[in-house]
Design a protein. Structure first.
Length: 111
């Protein structure tokens, strides 16, 4: 099996896993859906990353042997330290500066 075929098979397996998770999620009450919204979104991002990157043959084979590779990847992600919140805060500050500059420019124009 070629590398492309291995990665495609892995993607398809993980996509099916996500579809099962989605079906389960949609059968839950709204509060439970909200409780899992972050998980659903990150799992979607994991799938998207597989669309743009290929694993080595041995890595793809190892994940293919897993019963629920997407769940395992999400659990690993959830336990990692990331700079996500720093990036969110940077974006908040950038938008605040842009809004402030726009308001100042508007005020000067109105004078």
């Amino acid at each position: 099996m070629t590398n492309e075929e291995l990665n495609t098979r892995l993607y398809e397996k993980m996509f099916a896993e996500q579809e099962q998770f989605r079906d389960w999620l949609l059968s839950q009450p709204p509060a439970e859906i909200l409780n899992h919204a972050y998980e659903y979104t990150v799992r979607e991002d994991i799938l998207m990353s597989l669309e743009y990157h290929d694993l080595e043959d041995s890595q793809a084979r190892a994940l293919l042997k897993s019963d629920k590779p997407l769940k395992q990847i999400f659990e690993r992600w959830e336990n990692q330290e990331t700079s996500y919140m720093d990036t969110v805060w940077d974006t908040v500050q950038e938008q605040a500066r842009a809004a402030e500059a726009k308001q100042k420019a508007k005020a000067q124009k109105e004078r």
